[in-house]
Design a protein around this ligand. Structure first.
Ligand code: SF4
Ligand code: FES
Length: 161
């Protein structure tokens, strides 16, 4: 389990956010800024939309950094079981096998890279990640070379997007 995992509830469902899996691809806040707003603390406002809408957007998170659980144990949950992130990574690798690499420049944000690629560190070891990640473009990330969302705090703007 990610020790930095955070949870947010509206009494009906509990949304979990796993920072280490978040690639800041912006899907959640582009589609539902009333709930997912990285400029606010806490950044998730569970009162910002009806439960069904929150579930719809959580399901679109490309890396499962966002998941949800029904608070009522009788209801079926989407949340991956403990330890299943490694399995998801494996699934991601086989799904992306042979897929051409695509690099998207996020406006005032990171480079999002998706496809069949590997990231090799300066120590020669492969960095563990899914076949989708984001690289810092602003210089402020504390988990280089990856984006950790700091560009928003720094109000990074790029003149060449
Ligand atoms: S990876 Fe998921 S949680 Fe992170 S910004 Fe994208 S949609 Fe939101
Ligand atoms: S681009 Fe996101 S932290 Fe630098």
């Amino acid at each position: 389990m990610d020790p930095n995992e955070r949870t947010y509830t509206n009494g009906e469902i509990t949304v979990s956010w796993k920072p280490s899996a978040c690639i800041h691809a912006t899907t959640c806040y582009r589609e539902l800024i009333t709930v997912f707003n990285p400029r606010k603390r806490p950044w998730v406002n569970m009162q910002g939309a009806p439960t069904e809408k929150i579930i719809e957007i959580v399901r679109k998170c490309p890396t499962n950094a966002l998941t949800y659980d029904w608070n009522d144990p009788a209801k079926k949950s989407d949340k991956p079981a403990e330890g299943s992130y490694e399995l998801m990574e494996e699934n991601s690798r086989s799904r992306m096998a042979g897929k051409p690499v695509e690099i998207r420049i996020m406006k005032n944000g990171p480079y999002v890279v998706e496809g069949d690629f590997r990231v090799i560190g300066s120590d020669g070891k492969e960095k563990k990640l899914m076949m989708m990640t984001s690289f810092c473009r602003c210089g402020a990330s504390e988990s280089m070379p990856f984006c950790d969302g700091s560009h928003r705090i720094e109000n990074f703007t790029s003149s060449c997007d």
